[in-house]
Design a protein around this ligand. Sequence first.
Ligand SMILES: *Cc1c(COP(=O)(O)O)cnc(C)c1O
Length: 390
Amino acid sequence: MNYQISQRAASLSPSLTLAIDSKAKAMKAAGEDVVGFGAGEPDFDTPQHIKDAAARALAAGFTKYTPAAGIPELRQAIADKHQRENGLTYKPSEIIVSCGGKHACYNVIFATCQAGDEVIIPAPYWLSYPEMAKLAGATPVIVETTDQTEFKLTPEQLRAAITPRTRLLVLNSPSNPTGSVYTPEETKALGAVCVEKSVLIMSDEIYEHLLYDGATVQSVASFSPAHFEHTIIVHGFAKAWSMTGWRLGWCAAPEPIAKAIDAIQSHSTSNPTSFAQKGAVAALTGPQDHLPLWLAEFAKRRTYAWQKLNSIPGLTCVNAKGAFYLFPNISRTGLKSTEFCAKLLEQEKVAAVPGIAFGADDYIRLSYATSLANIEKGLERIERFCRGLL
Ligand SMILES: *Cc1c(COP(=O)(O)O)cnc(C)c1O
């Protein structure tokens, strides 16, 4: 049978992060001693009170459809979070709960972009953004940044990339894959260009709470009423509450966009899982005392890994102020990222993600969401690998 695959689907690049991950898992299953730096999720368990709230809801029979955009209690808790932590006033009707932050991004792009539109995506980028733009029929416009500017887009670069077709800028701070964080001033300036040029901003703030060295972030929506009107925030429970498998995220958007997203979601997934939403309410309204413990642990690993990476011949690494990734530059090893990672896995049994997956072929992504012992062992192996190359 000659199956015809839609142009939409055929145009996608399969997720390279998942490909490396499955190869590493297969090696592990075969009994090999693999050190994995591929994880895109915290290595901590979901806090107990969140699990309890979901379990109680399940036991009480909270197992039916909810409104497509989420239960009122959760939309209110999210609106309260934005008021309390970001000084942003959203009505519950401007909050749409989706099946993960990724799903929220997808909905936002589908609600705002179509054929002929351009979506500006600074590289290194989270690998799903360009594919989502393509799925919506729009054209991703990639603007490259390097470690020389800590992987940050400048207002001049943004201005130069904007055309009459530009619809959306994707911002992600703290960033996956680089861990880079825009200062409030930098964020405000990028927002001002978008306001001036009538470009919407999709601000992916899922790593908002994972910050180090006293770094702060401020949502681009918060600088002026005009900034607010041009911004759609994407957020989720996956990272700061370690709920990746729960599939729960949200967006906060001006009402007309929120309505469009609600309509899209009502014809695709419908509501996110009913009892999981009850867990999410507990995540936002319950104690947050897990977070400082996790941050202290992440900070310790980050400092160790950053120092060690910079001592390895052939590698340089800027220190990242957020998320749980480091993004070392491998250009002095003479290898591009795919070959580097394939050989590293083969020779040293260390799994890292090639930067090309994020539009940056001179880098690799290392996640430190794994134990310090693993990090020490893995970096020793990376050092041996690099010495062998030079
Ligand atoms: C993890 C992540 C998300 C959301 O992940 P979900 O599991 O779908 O909630 C969104 N954006 C970035 C940049 C991420 O790293």
